[in-house]
Design a protein around this ligand. Structure first.
Ligand SMILES: [Mg+2]
Length: 255
């Protein structure tokens, strides 16, 4: 039995967990303008009808994910697990509240110090420093990110041509995946970036601990994909189109 058919064998007890940027949505120069591939919502809808739990886990705010993926039965974890969808509402990890002011100040200071850098306020609990449109600012942006993280007690997370400042909470894509996979017998995670390694680690550990029977780690290949992610994947797919193709195959194994 292949890994995918193991997942499809007992769909009610399987979790399918998907990253957003670079996985459902092509990477674009202007991060707020990113949109999922047109077929993505329909694929997630079919998955949600077949599998016990289907979720998107992303660094984006839940409000952004909900706007782009209006799919019934889809669970959304945003801000790397700091936010989650609960019915029509959004719940934020309570410990994040005391960091809102520090994140706000770091965003103001980044804008003042490096004009030309794109400073993205991601809700109230994270700020992204993006140099995709100004590659000449990379070194300065990384340096600024380190300084602001130290100054405000925030955590610096590297991404694709970006660094993000986030509260130093014990919450990441790994903890989100652990929660989503709890009670399932099999789980799949698909992602494209460094922040997705924590999700891969969690799946590996849950199998080692006997809490999952099967785990499927899927990496989305791109010119920017970290080698470590590709090396550790059970499957590698090409770009968001390849990711959707694999998810469609998974649906076809059930219906
Ligand atoms: Mg991604």
């Amino acid at each position: 039995m292949t890994l995918l058919s193991a997942l499809a064998a007992d769909p009610a007890r399987a979790a399918v967990i998907v990253d957003f940027d670079g996985t459902l949505a092509p990477i674009v120069d202007d991060p707020p303008a990113a949109t999922p591939l047109p077929e993505a919502a329909a694929t997630l809808d079919r998955l949600a009808r077949c599998f016990g739990r289907v979720a998107v886990v992303s660094g984006r705010p839940v409000s952004f994910l909900r706007h782009h993926l209006p799919v019934d039965g889809l669970t959304l974890f945003g801000q790397y697990g700091v936010e989650r969808s609960v019915g029509d509402g959004i719940e934020t990890v309570p410990a994040a509240a005391r960091w809102v002011e520090a994140v706000h100040r770091a965003a103001d200071e980044a804008e003042a110090e490096l004009p030309g850098l794109f400073v993205e306020r991601k809700g109230t609990v994270a700020v992204g420093l993006h140099w995709r449109r100004r590659p000449d600012l990379e070194a300065a942006a990384v340096d600024l990110g380190h300084r602001l993280a130290g100054l405000h007690g925030l955590r610096l997370e590297p991404g694709r041509q970006t660094v993000e400042l986030r509260p130093p909470l014990d919450v990441d894509k790994g903890t989100a995946v652990e929660e989503l996979a709890t009670g399932a017998s099999a789980a799949l995670f698909i992602g494209d970036d460094r922040g997705d390694l924590a999700a891969f680690d969690t799946l590996t550990r849950l199998v080692d601990e006997g809490r999952l029977t099967h785990a499927v780690r899927v990496a989305v290949r791109s010119s920017e994909a970290p080698a470590e992610l590709l090396d550790r994947a059970d499957f590698v797919v090409d770009g968001p189109r390849g990711a959707l193709r694999l998810l469609d195959e998974l649906v076809a194994l059930v219906v």
